[in-house]
Design a protein around this ligand. Structure first.
Ligand SMILES: [Ca+2]
Ligand SMILES: [Ca+2]
Ligand SMILES: [Ca+2]
Length: 117
């Protein structure tokens, strides 16, 4: 009986030693961040996702105009292209100076995107 107990204790010791050795040979990766699902993800991706989430808190449609700016401008804070003309709200306001609520700002029958590009 003692022989079997010693055999079991010896086997457990060998396994413990093996696990210890493996942890020294293959240390846990330090450059990965566990995802919500438990799978490791690229830290750059994790940072990008965190930045995007932070940005979405103030710019729901991620069009580059904050929800507050969109409220002031009369554009849809949940739609990146309020008038559906193919130009983002931010592009119309900051770059092309067209009306982000009208697909044809000057009413000449030609859509803004065809006039500015
Ligand atoms: Ca927005
Ligand atoms: Ca918008
Ligand atoms: Ca537009």
């Amino acid at each position: 009986m003692l022989k079997y107990i010693l055999l079991i204790v010896g086997a457990c010791g060998a396994v413990a030693l093996g696990v210890f050795a493996a942890s020294k040979i293959f240390p846990p990766a330090t450059n990965v961040v566990p995802s919500e699902a438990g799978a490791p993800v690229d830290p750059d991706h994790a940072q990008f996702a965190a930045d995007l989430k932070a940005r979405a808190a103030t710019d729901a449609d991620l069009d580059g105009l904050s929800d507050a700016q969109e409220k002031q401008l009369g554009t849809d804070p949940n739609k990146s292209d309020t008038d559906g003309d193919g130009l983002l709200d931010r592009q119309e306001v900051n770059i092309f100076k067209t009306d982000p609520t009208k697909a044809d700002s000057d009413g000449d029958g030609v859509k803004d995107i065809d006039e500015v590009l």
